[in-house]
Design a protein around this ligand. Structure first.
Ligand code: ZN
Length: 127
């Protein structure tokens, strides 16, 4: 669908410019991720873009085993942002198996396979 494609294109353009954005529904006031044309909560065509706080919490975590010569094991995590949306990402800055469910994390942007992507760092001091 063209509108879905336009939403994803906007999201990717913002990422390339160094900004991670999510959508916010002006009808039901809930946040939305990943990018789409219609609010999944209330079906309104009233989605705008906002910069989230960047704070979240680890919902689940997995260590993906990979040979050392291919970069070694890495972390895949589902992160719940404080805005109420969940995204698949990873937690950087500590050993993959040291990531814990419930850890407070803060968004950062990394380059993964040449593309900007949202990742997270543990932030125990986050409110
Ligand atoms: Zn809505």
């Amino acid at each position: 669908m063209a509108a879905e494609h336009a939403a994803m294109a906007h999201y990717e353009a913002e990422l390339k410019a160094g900004r991670f954005v999510i959508q916010h529904c002006r009808a039901c006031e809930r946040h939305v991720f990943y990018p789409r044309a219609i609010c999944p909560h209330c079906a309104a065509d009233a989605l705008g873009w906002v910069v989230p706080s960047g704070l979240g919490r680890v919902y689940s975590t997995t260590v993906v085993r990979r040979p050392a010569d291919k970069g070694g094991p890495y972390n895949v995590a589902l992160i719940d942002l404080d805005e109420g949306v969940r995204l698949m990402s990873r937690v950087d800055g500590l050993a993959p198996e040291a990531v814990r469910i419930g850890q407070r994390v803060r968004l950062a942007l990394a380059t993964i396979k040449g593309q900007p992507a949202p990742v997270f760092h543990v932030d125990e001091a986050a409110p």
